[in-house]
Design a protein around this ligand. Structure first.
Ligand code: HEM
Length: 521
């Protein structure tokens, strides 16, 4: 074992597991930009089990002399790996095409040999992923987003205007949570939900927010995706509180299955009944693409596959985009100079647009906004570490990752490491304006991998970047943001994805006066 590799064996006794999980449940990060891992299957488990030596873990990774940390949990060998070069080697090797997920967890989540995210069966994963990508990453599909999102936002502005007028605080994470689910459901199903409108209306009326079945279900599913892979089955089989939690989460999984199945059945019915003209009108979304694939004469897609793909798109696309926009808004509220620069860029672009709207062309001409979005995904990476199975012995630096182990690439560690970034914890979008032609994810080198890389990289990356750009361009054009309580620390919850907590938010939208001044410019 060389000096770049440290071995730490943690023996998992039942007591340690129980203690660690209680700690896991109760821990919330409240400090600034996150620096430690805590998300994605298993890594949270690993770190929480080692709660005692947690500082020890952190220190290893703060010390750039340590690149590979070996751990042993429940008899499974694992490695936590940092460093851009190590990330490159793992992401670009053909053997790392399976994300690790304990079998019991995959079964609980309905992802065992089906689905996309935690599917370890290569054949069905490849098929489902290909069908998803063929639908949601097509240039035509991406182009169709601008009019959809513009018309969705039209109903939101009058409400935001009222809130700005009265300086009523709203919760950004609730607004973006609702908005991003509304948008993804519209994108995949052309179905109009109005959850964000309804939330903003309750803020105006001073009432309590109504519950939203789909939003709560998707949130529950995200929690289940975090809970089952991290929790020993011994706990949720035999300890009453865990048993109850597991039952509660299973209900969300069943509800989500039922809900997506019903939506697909409805779309099949709609497709059957529609005449040709009407059918072509609803053919731009994912659900229709799936129904067409099910009807295909050659190798038709099964209903189950279609449901899995729909579920992957809705669950994969809701929380990630929502948290990213919430973190972005938080930083914009703290950095008005950046918010103003984005405003100037979007205002100049819109001034040249004939209809005064963003479209698939002019939205591509916002380099500063794009850089700001990448910077926020660097500082607040939705996935903290990416897990891959090691299928055969793999030489990494001076070490050998052993066959049948699991390796976690600590992307957040790389993304805030001073080895790769100047003033790494400072929010500075300008660093993404300079193309260093470093290769790797989005051309910014392997120290940045917020959407992953390689065969398992995020299939929704283009869609997400377009969606966030459209929403943020429109909001930055119209409003300024301010924190209700600038002294309140940002609450970050490392669940499956990095969740943005409440930050009693932007109470002051731009005043009428400021809006008019901006409009004149
Ligand atoms: C800001 C938004 C988003 C972020 C930061 C994000 C990030 C990620 C990351 C880091 C991964 C793991 C990649 C890897 O292991 O190499 C992933 C996987 C995935 N994402 Fe996203 N994502 C976002 C939006 C979306 C959207 C909009 C969709 C769907 C429409 C989506 C669907 C998926 C799916 C299905 C996977 C699993 C892919 C596989 O295992 O083959 N994501 N995402």
């Amino acid at each position: 074992m060389d000096n770049k590799t440290v071995v730490l064996f943690t023996t998992l006794s039942a007591i340690a597991a129980i203690t660690s999980f209680v700690i896991f449940q109760s821990r919330k990060r409240t400090d600034g930009p996150p620096v430690a891992a805590g998300a994605f299957p298993f890594i949270g488990h690993a770190l929480e089990i080692a709660k005692g030596p947690l500082e020890f873990f952190k220190n290893f990774f703060a010390d750039s002399a340590v690149d590979i940390l070996e751990i042993n949990i429940v008899g499974k060998r694992g490695y936590l790996v940092r460093g851009a070069e190590n990330a490159r080697k793992i992401f670009t090797s053909a053997q790392f095409n399976t994300r690790y997920s304990p079998k019991e967890a995959s079964i609980e989540l309905g992802e065992f040999h089906q689905g996309i995210l935690l599917n370890t069966d290569i054949e069905s994963w490849k098929y489902n992923r290909k069908m998803l990508v063929e639908n949601i990453a097509r240039p035509r599909f991406i182009r169709s987003l601008a009019p959809k999102i513009n018309s969705y936002l039209i109903n939101i502005y009058p409400l935001l205007d009222q809130l700005a007028e009265t300086k009523t605080p709203i919760l950004a994470n609730v607004m973006f949570g609702s908005m991003s689910l509304d948008v993804i459901v519209d994108i995949v199903l052309t179905s109009n939900r109005h959850a964000a409108e309804s939330y903003l209306q309750t803020c105006i009326d001073g009432k309590t927010r109504k519950t939203d079945f789909l939003l709560d279900t998707v949130k529950g599913v995200m929690e289940a995706l975090s809970f089952f892979p991290r929790t020993s089955p011994l706990l949720y089989k035999f300890i009453p509180s865990y048993f109850r939690k597991a039952e509660e989460l299973r209900k969300f999984i069943r509800d989500f299955d039922k809900c997506t199945s019903d939506l697909l059945i409805a779309r099949q019915q709609q497709q059957r009944e529609a005449n040709e003209e009407a059918a072509s009108e609803i053919s731009e979304d994912l659900a229709t693409g799936l129904v067409l694939a099910m009807n295909s004469a050659e190798n038709p897609m099964t209903f189950n596959n279609a449901v899995q793909i729909l579920k992957a798109a809705i669950s994969g696309g809701a929380d990630t985009s929502s948290n990213t926009m919430s973190f972005l808004l938080y930083e914009l509220a703290r950095h008005p100079e950046i918010s103003n620069e984005i405003h100037a860029e979007v205002a100049a672009t819109i001034a040249n647009s004939e209809d005064g709207e963003f479209n698939s062309e002019n939205i591509g001409k916002l380099p500063f906004l794009e850089a700001t979005i990448l910077e926020i995904t660097r500082l607040y990476s939705e996935a903290q570490a990416l897990a891959r199975e090691v299928k055969s012995d793999f030489v990494l630096g001076d070490s050998v990752l052993q066959k049948d182990s699991v390796v976690f690439v600590w992307i957040q560690g790389n993304q805030v490491s001073s080895e790769y970034w100047e003033n790494p914890t400072v929010f500075n979008p300008k660093r993404f304006l300079v193309s260093k032609e470093l290769g790797g994810p989005l051309g910014h080198g392997f120290a940045y991998a917020a959407f992953g890389h390689g065969v398992r990289k995020c299939p929704g990356e283009t869609l997400a970047l377009m969606e966030i750009k459209l929403i943020m361009a429109n909001l930055c054009l119209r409003y300024d943001f301010e924190l209700a309580d600038p002294n309140k620390p940002l609450e970050i919850k490392p669940n499956l994805v990095l969740e943005c907590g409440d930050f009693n938010h932007w109470d002051e939208w731009c005043s009428e006066k400021k809006k008019k001044k901006r409009a004149k410019k």
